[in-house]
Every structure is written in structure tokens, then in C-alpha cells.
Ligand binder design. Structure first.
Ligand code: HEM
Length: 221
């Protein structure tokens, strides 16, 4: 048995194991340029489009997992983001936002992996759930603030609704509850290690999307 798995709570293990990749995602060229206010609203729009493909995979898969003994406890309606993303996209792209909308290749790979986990491996789905929703409740708030200032969206309004969790009045306490769910996850040590590995994969999938977005919006263009 792996001593690191048994000695440390699972929520701490998964956070620590993904720390390095978190820094990599956070400091990616695209994110740095976006948060540095160096990109136009078209880049922010393209990024929001990618999120829509990912969350649609995540949340289309959620319903069937509601009663799953492993992933079920994580499925919570107040986290759902698809409707918010669609409002944001209607604001950013217009009423016909869906027309001609295509994922970047890296986004298609990411969304496919999420859908595959939802279908075949509920514990793996938790890794994707954690990577996205806990991130949105944390760093997502920094992105919202920056987006409002840079492109003039109404505070917590259309364009940034993705980052506004109306059903979560206290994100810090929600995150504490989420970590308790992680610590109580219905999986043995080997499966927990596999979840950690899938979390690292989830971060890598995000970084790949940032890489393609960075190529699509080079600063020197
Ligand atoms: C520039 C972008 C980002 C910033 C500024 C940022 C910032 C932060 C901050 C400050 C926290 C700590 C919150 C706390 O301790 O409660 C956090 C946590 C987290 N972030 Fe990010 N983040 C960014 C991008 C990302 C990305 C791209 C992902 C993955 C897709 C991500 C996933 C996470 C996760 C999963 C956590 C929770 C860690 C835990 O407590 O277990 N973040 N982020």
C-alpha cells in the first residue's frame, strides 16, 4: 500500500499532486495575456466557447451519475454551468451563437475524455469534476474580475455569468464541504491514486487548450 495515500487526506493529496500543473496552467502564455489585459474580447469569447464544449460533456454526463455510489455525491445542481455559458455566449456571439461553433482540436480531445469517464469510469469523472469546479470557485473569480474590468461586462452580468454561482453564497464553505466529499470518496487507495493521475491528465488537457488558444491569439499578430 502506498504510504502517501494513507497518511494524507485525499483532498490534500489531490491538491498537492496537481500543484505544479496548476502553476503551469495559471502561468500559461494565454492565461497570462488574458489576465494581463493584453488580449481582445475575441480571445475571451473563443475561450468561453471552449468551456461550453467541456461543460456540456461534464453536465450531459452528470444526470446518469446522480445515483452512482462513487460520483453521485459530487453531482450538485448549484454547480451546473451550461445554462450560464449559453447566456454568456449569446451576449458574446449573438442570438445565433451556436452557428458555426467548433471546438479547437485540444478541446474536442478534452471533452471526449470527460464524456468517456462519465460513461465508463465514475471515479475518473470525479477528477474532472474537481479540476474544473473547484478551480472555477477559486481562480475563476480572479478571471471574472479581470474580464469585467478589461472588456466592460456588467458586474456578475452577461458575459461573465459562468463565474457567478448564484446557488453558492459562501464559496469558502462550499469548498470545505467539497473537500469533505473528496475525503469520504468511496474508493480504495489504488483507485484514489488513479483519480489523482486522472486529475493530472485533466490539468494537461486544460493546458493543451490554452496552448492552442495562445497560438490562435499571438500577441505579435
Ligand atoms: C490564471 C488562472 C488561475 C488562477 C489565478 C487560479 C487561482 C487559484 C487560487 C488562488 C486557488 C486557491 C483557492 C483556495 O485555496 O481556496 C486555486 C485553486 C484551484 N484551482 Fe486555480 N487558478 C487558475 C487557473 C486554474 C485552472 C486553469 C485550473 C484547472 C482547469 C485550476 C484549478 C484549480 C483547482 C482544482 C483548485 C482547487 C485546489 C484545492 O484546493 O484542492 N485553476 N486557483
Amino acid at each position: 500500500m502506498d504510504a502517501t495515500v494513507t497518511a494524507t487526506s485525499f483532498s490534500t493529496l489531490i491538491r498537492t499532486a496537481s500543484h505544479e500543473q496548476h502553476t503551469e496552467a495559471e502561468t500559461s502564455t494565454f492565461m497570462s495575456d488574458l489576465l494581463g489585459g493584453r488580449l481582445g474580447v475575441d480571445a475571451y469569447t473563443r475561450y468561453t466557447e471552449q468551456l461550453w464544449f467541456v461543460y456540456r460533456a461534464m453536465e450531459d454526463g452528470a444526470e446518469a451519475l446522480r445515483n452512482d455510489p462513487v460520483a453521485g455525491p459530487f453531482i450538485q445542481p448549484e454547480l451546473m454551468r451550461t445554462a450560464e455559458l449559453e447566456r454568456d455566449l449569446a451576449h458574446l456571439r449573438g442570438a445565433d451563437w451556436r452557428e458555426g461553433l467548433e471546438p479547437l482540436p485540444a478541446t474536442a480531445v478534452y471533452a471526449d475524455r470527460v464524456a468517456e469517464c462519465a460513461r465508463t469510469w465514475p471515479a475518473g469523472y470525479i477528477a474532472h469534476h474537481y479540476t474544473r469546479y473547484l478551480g472555477d470557485l477559486s481562480g475563476g473569480q480572479i478571471i471574472r474580475d479581470k474580464a469585467e474590468r478589461t472588456w466592460g461586462f456588467e458586474r456578475k452580468g452577461d458575459g461573465v455569468r459562468f463565474y457567478v454561482f448564484e446557488g453558492i453564497s459562501n464559496p469558502a464553505s462550499f469548498k470545505r464541504g467539497y473537500r469533505e466529499l473528496l475525503d469520504a470518496v468511496n474508493a480504495d487507495d489504488l483507485e484514489k491514486q488513479r483519480i489523482v493521475d486522472e486529475c493530472k491528465r485533466a490539468f494537461a488537457l486544460n493546458t493543451a487548450v490554452f496552448r492552442e488558444l495562445g497560438e490562435a491569439f499571438p500577441l505579435s499578430a
